[in-house]
Design a protein around this ligand. Structure first.
Ligand code: IPM
Ligand code: MG
Length: 392
């Protein structure tokens, strides 16, 4: 028995050793990139190449409409060639399963030839699904393009709520989410990763955002009382970064009570900029988006120093397609993401125009995901009308 255990331990050690080595080289790469690179300055980049990736399920339906809106808003820039649009095919679950690649190489290459992309949701397989249990395409893209910040704004104006979540996007429970070890049939172990450089850059981004927008409050969320090494490091980095921002008051909440306080209408008004590790950010931003009106209403930006990817916060909703309801998909989330894309590449007026039109249209026109609501295309027609009327 003891000998059998020794073999099991050796195998596990080997797997763990490989993971540690990989993470050490990753830190090395990040340090080198940090030393050599500053974030891309879009004001100097011409043309700016925008890629559109449909994805799965309702993805192609909502992306098509978002492209139509961006086409209208950037009409002049497209005709001068300042901005170029590219449609990138082939990021579908069927193709990914066939090639056994969570992001097919040709798609990855095409994406890397763009500055920014607008991406529809992609189906993430899990054990028991008809597809091989591949890594999520999102997780692969975030890692390969080093999109370390997931920025998710949530607004509830009638409550005075204006939150911006900064979710760490390449580490935490996600970094090795597909790399856990089934040590024996009875023992499974997963890993969670926090690096100094990874924690520092997302926390700094949140504080910088607060400072530049005249917001004097940043909330850091962890579970550092229980997850002592990784969340402990995240919190320690927050303490260190905060010292450089004298005008920003910061506080720290454990994720469980933070989730609870988002349900407290009086308390939640006090939050403003929130920074948190990957998995907590995943969960809390869904909760926050639900408060705003549903996960179909919030946009999501994945930002790195070189690339950026904008997407809806919701999933691919394969069931809507199976039930013939894809044409009723709600494009609000991807439109919000499109507005974030515009802002990111420096087209502020266009972004504002889209956001304002969305504020109007989401109140005025009802989408239910079924035939008793508007279709995705009809909603977008109204949105375009609203934008055109603003212009006059
Ligand atoms: C999100 C999604 C993704 C995540 C999935 C699709 C991999 O839930 O963007 O929040 O878990 O990060
Ligand atoms: Mg999520």
């Amino acid at each position: 028995m003891r000998e059998a255990n020794a073999a099991i331990v050796e195998r596990a050690k080997k797997q763990f050793g490989e993971i540690v080595e990989e993470q050490l080289s990753r830190i090395q790469r990040l340090k080198e990139a940090n030393a050599n690179g500053t974030p891309l300055n879009y004001a100097l980049e011409r043309p700016i190449v925008v890629g559109f990736v449909g994805g799965d399920g309702i993805g192609p339906y909502i992306i098509k409409e978002a492209e139509r809106v961006l086409q209208f808003l950037l009409d002049d820039k497209l005709s001068t060639g300042e901005v170029i649009f590219r449609e990138i095919e082939g990021l579908t679950i069927e193709r990914r399963a066939k090639l056994m690649q969570s992001v097919p190489e040709d798609v990855m290459d095409a994406i890397k030839r763009c500055h920014v992309i607008l991406k529809g949701p992609t189906t993430t397989p899990k054990a028991g699904d008809p597809y091989p249990n591949l890594e999520s395409a999102n997780v692969t893209l975030r890692r390969e393009l080093d999109l370390f910040a997931n920025v998710r704004p949530v607004k509830i104006p009638e409550e005075g709520i204006d939150w911006v979540f900064f979710r760490e996007n390449t580490e935490g429970a996600y970094a090795l989410g597909s790399r856990g070890i089934n040590v024996t049939e009875d023992l499974a172990i997963d890993f969670k990763v926090t690096t100094t450089i990874g924690a520092e850059r997302i926390i700094r981004m949140a504080f910088e955002y607060a400072k530049q927008n005249g917001i004097n409050r940043v909330t850091v969320v962890t579970k550092a009382n229980i997850i002592k090494a990784t969340d402990g490091k995240f919190l320690k980095e927050a303490e260190r970064v905060a010292r450089n921002y004298h005008d920003v008051v910061w506080d720290h909440w454990f994720v469980d009570i933070f989730a609870a306080k988002l349900m407290d209408a009086n308390r939640r008004r006090g939050f403003r900029v929130i920074v948190l590790p990957n998995l907590y950010g995943d969960i809390i931003t869904d909760e926050a988006a639900e408060l705003q009106g549903g996960v179909g209403t919030a946009g999501s930006a994945n930002i790195g120093n070189r690339y950026a990817m904008f997407e809806a916060i919701h999933g691919s909703a394969l069931r809507m397609v199976e039930e013939g309801r894809a044409i009723y998909a709600n494009p609000t989330s991807i439109m919000r993401a499109a507005a974030m894309l515009l802002r990111h590449i420096g087209f502020m007026a266009e972004a504002r125009s889209l956001d304002t039109a969305l504020d109007v249209c989401t109140k005025q026109y009802i989408i239910t995901g079924r035939s008793d609501g508007l279709t995705c295309t009809a909603f977008t027609d109204h949105l375009l009308e609203t934008i055109k009327n603003q212009k006059q």
